[in-house]
Design a protein around this ligand. Structure first.
Ligand SMILES: [Zn+2]
Length: 443
């Protein structure tokens, strides 16, 4: 069987030559220089020269850090050039994102890609006369009169990175940029439309960039915030894997715990909520935290106190073992067990036990009551009108689904459910009326 390879090689080579021959015979003769420039909050423009005749198809392949694949845009060439304008006024792109791209031409059977181009999407809004310096573990950028604060932030990145590397058992894997904004308008203009209005500092780990706002809080707040944000970047490097993001409560818990390396303030919050409002299951704060102030604060506090419990009961090395497990592709539960030797559910139970409460359990939704709206029988719909309640095959209104309580039993869930259905129908009617009004406006 060892002879198979030599026998297969010549035909493969011949095919390669045929393709190359077809390519050289085609009229399109390759790409010229790549050019790109950008204006923050407006657009990124890409342009490339085309040699020879226009190919059958031209596409631009755009990549941003953390993306799973390239964003492919078909581009119509104009003469000897192809141009694409990415409208970032509607398609928000975080400043300091390093965009990489290639042009691809398809001409008959032949496909050619250009070399890779790169453009950094800089925040070049008027009035932001950026200055920068390599300070601590970061390149710190500031404008106006913020140099003294910027230098302090730079020093703190060194403190934060050192602590986080020790805790997570791995090293910072690349450069970090810190942008210091003076005004709230400039700061939120950088974070884009999705930012919560209480944000005072933010880390975008995929692009290794931290945004600080000098008005975000007291000098003391800003100092711990700097430690917190840079910890997020080390955590990202320590847990980086192609499968999933580690639990959010753990990421925020480690960043918050690292601010002061203890959790007394957060413990007070959890104790008070355990008495009054109840705690969250950890599965409920794995992806996102609630938007509201109470839910957000409690999520951070639970994450921080859980990290504190893990370190107290299993030693600080447990955190590094968890990070290593994530790098190897562990799920959240597997990473927790790899770090502590304790099954995740048992660990959660221990946590809630420490605060004197039972682990929260899922709340089952009340069954939706069957409709009690009078509807014409199927097949007797007046022509010309659309009756949303009488589609063919609709259930008779008084037939309860298995497991549901019948209408009229007087039990509370049915009444509540009935009310919800009634309100829902009223809402739909109001919506439809407003749509019709809107249509009239259009006409
Ligand atoms: Zn955070």
């Amino acid at each position: 069987m060892g002879r198979l390879t030599p026998w297969l090689a010549p035909p493969a080579l011949a095919i390669g030559l045929l393709v190359a021959g077809a390519d050289s015979a085609a009229a399109f003769d390759g790409f010229g220089d790549l050019e790109a420039d950008s204006t923050y909050g407006d657009a990124v423009r890409f342009e490339v020269g085309l040699r020879g005749d226009t190919p059958d198809r031209i596409e631009l392949l755009i990549r941003t850090p953390g993306g799973d694949g390239a964003f492919v845009v078909p581009v119509e060439p104009s003469g000897a050039t192809a141009t694409y304008v990415w409208d970032t006024s509607t398609d928000y792109l975080t400043p300091n994102t390093l965009v990489t791209y290639r042009w691809r031409a398809t001409d008959g059977e032949a496909v050619r890609q250009s070399e890779e181009g790169r453009i950094r999407y800089e925040d070049d809004r008027p009035g932001l006369d950026w200055q920068s310096a390599q300070l601590g573990e970061a390149t710190v950028h500031w404008y106006g009169g913020a140099e003294a604060q910027a230098r302090r932030f730079g020093d703190l990145t060194a403190v934060g990175v050192e602590r986080a590397e020790e805790l997570l058992g791995s090293e910072l894997a690349g450069p970090v940029d810190v942008f210091v904004y003076d005004s709230q308008e400039d700061f939120f203009g950088a974070l884009g439309p999705g930012a919560r209005e209480w944000t005072g500092a933010a880390a975008y780990s995929e692009i290794r960039t931290i945004f600080m706002w000098l008005g975000g809080g007291s000098a003391e707040y800003l100092e711990v915030a700097m430690i917190h944000e840079v910890t997020h970047i080390v955590f990202h490097d320590a847990t980086d894997n192609p499968f999933h993001e580690p639990a959010r409560w753990l990421n925020e818990g480690i960043a918050t715990w690292s601010e002061t390396r203890e959790a007394s303030g957060e413990r007070t919050i959890v104790e008070s909520e355990a008495r009054d409002g109840g705690l969250f299951a950890f599965e409920a704060i794995t992806e996102q935290f609630p938007i509201g102030e109470r839910g957000g604060r409690l999520s951070y506090a639970q994450g921080t106190t859980m990290v504190d419990l893990i370190i107290a009961a299993h030693g600080p090395d447990a955190i590094a073992r968890m990070a290593a497990a994530y790098r190897d592709g562990a799920s959240d539960a597997e990473a927790l067990e790899a770090g502590t030797g304790v099954d995740a559910d048992e660990l959660y139970a221990e946590y809630f036990g420490a605060f004197g409460v039972d682990a929260p359990t899922p709340i089952e939704p009340e069954p939706l009551a069957p409709s009690n709206v009078d509807r014409p029988a199927v097949g007797r719909v007046d022509s010309g009108g659309v009756d949303p309640g009488a589609e063919p095959g609709a259930e008779p209104p008084d037939e309860a689904a298995p497991g549901e309580e019948p209408v009229g039993s007087g039990s509370e869930p049915v009444l509540v459910g009935g009310l919800a259905v009634a309100l829902g129908l009223a809402g739909t009617a109001a919506y439809l009326m407003s749509r019709r009004a809107a249509r009239r406006w259009d006409a």
